[in-house]
Design a protein around this ligand. Sequence first.
Ligand SMILES: C[S@@+](CC[C@H](N)C(=O)[O-])C[C@H]1O[C@@H](n2cnc3c(N)ncnc32)[C@H](O)[C@@H]1O
Length: 235
Amino acid sequence: MAFRGIVAAMAALDLDSVQKVYNRYSGVYDFYFGKVFEEGRKKAIASLDCQGGEKVLEVGVGTGLSLPLYPAETEVYGIDISSDMLAKAKALKEERDLQNVKVLEVMNAQEMSFPDNYFDKVVAMYVATVVPDPVAFVNEVKRVCKPKGRIVLVNHFHNPKTLFGKVAKLFVPLSRMIGFHPNISLDRFTQETGVKVVSKAPVNLFKQWTVLVTENDATSSDESKPTTPVDKESN
Ligand SMILES: C[S@@+](CC[C@H](N)C(=O)[O-])C[C@H]1O[C@@H](n2cnc3c(N)ncnc32)[C@H](O)[C@@H]1O
């Protein structure tokens, strides 16, 4: 798997280091990443187009900043690998009396304990380049989501042409310490995960993040491959 090659070549993120980083961030996460990522969270949840009675899985729910944004009729399940981040989400659920939030559980997104086709929709905000293996992560998300179900991902994707992208590249050797892969381009991501992109919209500061709306279609992997060559610099 090419992503595994990329990961190996850049001081690979592993589950243990991701867990440690986010346990460490948990106390200050909302202060630094609350407002700054809010536009993306709102847009992602609006893009889910939640209907009454649907079951939605939020992968990497973190401190639960998104939880109050779901309609009250939508059943929300949240998982995260960091127990400290999740403790904050549980406290928020209690504080806001969010009765539609059914589950908040420590679980690895790359190996979930939910049955196949369990959720109507799945969303992951700022997670796809944080997990150790983005391909395994997307495959698992597709497995637990119903066929044709909506999968919404919000993420920063590397663009080597921008100043932001050039700076981000300097952080590649620090992946383990900062807890994310800074150099995965959108083309590379869609090609290797085979997600079927329905729409994409730029969000957040300097429009450097993308809300990617996709459909869980078993035939998607062939259809979604980009026709332009993958940008070598971002690999
Ligand atoms: C950048 S934070 C995003 C949190 C939240 N979604 C938000 O909107 O702020 C990434 C989250 O993904 C979680 N995460 C990373 N790898 C994971 C994995 N393999 N399984 C489950 N959660 C994971 C981290 O613990 C962290 O809470």
